[in-house]
Design a protein around this ligand. Structure first.
Ligand SMILES: NC(=O)c1ccc[n+]([C@@H]2O[C@H](COP(=O)([O-])OP(=O)(O)OC[C@H]3O[C@@H](n4cnc5c(N)ncnc54)[C@H](O)[C@@H]3O)[C@@H](O)[C@H]2O)c1
Length: 447
């Protein structure tokens, strides 16, 4: 369905509860489409950052848009203003998954909903954008809305499916899935999202929309699990897994196996678990669980191999873990759910010392997040790197491929032939031959 710029939408009031990655990008996108947006955030640090017109995360273009709209059509507040009638209320608070007890924590969701009790009317559409377990919209959110005294609350589940680092683009271009409680909720959601996105996809129910989100992320988890499994299989036969996968795909239209790699980030580490909890079919449960485990075990296998290589090579300086953000492309400074966190944790438990680096986070942020010695972003491409003999490149940030990185790594090799570099994403594969004996990537580390 093509985008329809609906002039009747202009100037309508949108309330966004939770200005994290999802809420803030969505709020700014709504300002761009001429809505009046009130963003509610309880975290003082995020509000202070917004007061200086800056997002607390990396998203190309967002700071300029915050400057453009703040205090004109974007108002950041710590609580819901009660004198405004809202057309749309967006819930985008965190829904952390408690793996030990197998449940999605809805405390923030409950508080967010409660804070809207005085501003919801029969004319308000509540849009849930946080990831939830199937039936949460109907059994938890709708039930809660009914207690606010509204005769017939309107509700839609419209999942966020953008990728961090490209969210502002994808909010326009990705088709927006909509699952609604009833016809009048669907009608409002359709009007809203046709004004926001290039296209919409209506699904049969709230539950169908909740499920789409979980299926999309579980599918992504599973294709990487296959790649990681094939990489293990290749290396068990003494064959380089990266190379074998590339050659299996080459000019063969029925194979598009991805490269092996860490599967991380705040969504992929939890969404398959949320799906599993919803399943009665044992075969599906086992399949999805084993795929998730395959990806989690890769981190553990790598951490163990790193420890034994470090000891075998008689290294004694701290290990430099570079690439702490959960991915490098598109670049993000998001440290949540990163595989690097689990690898660091394992190394520390084995009594090894780690120093940290990330191209998108200064040393002060890394130090605050991990309480571990850290170096600044620019230090990687400087003589500071010569202090290390054992370096892990854990994400695929494009700066590893820059000439300055290649040069400093080759200098390091010249000054200390015993150095070792683990290059998880094959970023410096271009100089691997010159690093002979000092280089491994995911495709050959288990050989
Ligand atoms: N990060 C992503 O790329 C992504 C993508 C798709 C879906 N999701 C889902 O969207 C939801 C939000 O994710 P996120 O990454 O933006 O989380 P986040 O933790 O970055 O943001 C949530 C924000 O809500 C705020 N908050 C919590 N309770 C509040 C309340 N009562 N009132 C006002 N603010 C409140 C928090 O302080 C926080 O800043 C989660 O369910 C997540 O699984 C995230």
């Amino acid at each position: 369905m093509a985008i329809q710029n609906n002039s009747s939408e202009k100037g309508k009031n949108v309330l966004v509860i939770g200005l994290g990655y999802v809420g803030l990008t969505f709020a700014i996108h709504c300002c761009d489409k001429e809505y009046n947006v009130y963003g509610i955030e309880i975290n003082e640090t995020i509000l202070s950052s917004l007061n200086t017109n800056k997002a607390h995360f990396l998203e190309p273009g967002i700071d300029d848009l915050i400057s453009k709209y703040k205090d004109k059509s974007f108002f950041c507040l710590s609580s819901v203003p009660e004198n405004i009638e809202f057309d749309y209320i967006i819930i985008s608070v965190g829904t952390p998954y408690d793996k030990k007890n197998s449940y999605v924590d809805l405390k923030s969701m409950e508080a967010a909903l409660s804070s809207t009790s005085n501003v919801i009317s029969d004319r308000t559409l509540v849009v849930l954008r946080s990831t939830v377990s199937v039936s949460t919209s109907r059994n938890f959110v709708y039930e809660k809305l009914k207690t606010f005294g509204v005769t017939q609350p309107k509700l839609a589940f419209c999942p966020e499916r953008t990728v961090e680092g490209k969210a502002l683009i994808e909010l326009n271009t990705l088709p927006q899935i909509i699952g609604a409680l009833d016809d009048s909720s669907m009608e409002m959601a359709e009007k809203f999202f046709l004004n926001l996105s290039d296209s919409i996809i209506k699904v049969a129910s709230l539950e169908a929309a909740e499920l789409v989100k979980l299926l999309n992320n579980t599918y992504r988890d599973s294709v990487f699990a296959i790649a990681n499994s094939f990489n293990n299989i290749a290396q068990a036969f003494g064959i380089d897994g990266n190379e074998l996968i590339q050659k299996s795909n080459l000019d063969y239209p029925r194979s598009s196996i991805p490269s092996p790699g860490f599967v991380a980030g705040p969504c992929l580490e939890k969404d398959a678990y949320i799906l599993i909890d919803n399943l009665k079919d044992l075969d599906s449960k086992n399949l999805i669980s084993s795929m998730r485990k395959m990806n989690e075990n890769l981190e553990l296998r790598i951490a163990k191999t790193i420890c034994s290589l470090y000891k075998k090579r008689n290294c004694n300086k701290p290990i430099l873990l570079s690439g702490m953000a959960f991915k490098g492309v598109p670049a993000t400074n998001d440290l949540r759910g990163s595989s690097s966190n689990n690898i660091l944790e394992y190394l520390i438990a084995q009594g090894l010392e780690g120093h940290l680096h990330d191209f998108e986070n200064p040393a002060s942020i890394l130090k605050e997040f991990y309480n571990t010695h850290s170096i600044d972003s620019d230090d990687f491409q400087s003589d500071k790197l010569l202090d290390y003999e054992f370096i892990l490149l854990l994400n695929n940030h494009p700066k590893y491929k820059e000439k300055d990185s290649y040069e400093i790594i080759l200098n390091l090799k010249k000054s200390n032939p015993n150095i070792f570099i683990f290059d998880a994403w094959d970023s410096i594969g271009g100089i691997s031959a010159e690093l002979n004996g000092s280089y491994k990537n995911l495709g050959n580390i288990f050989l």
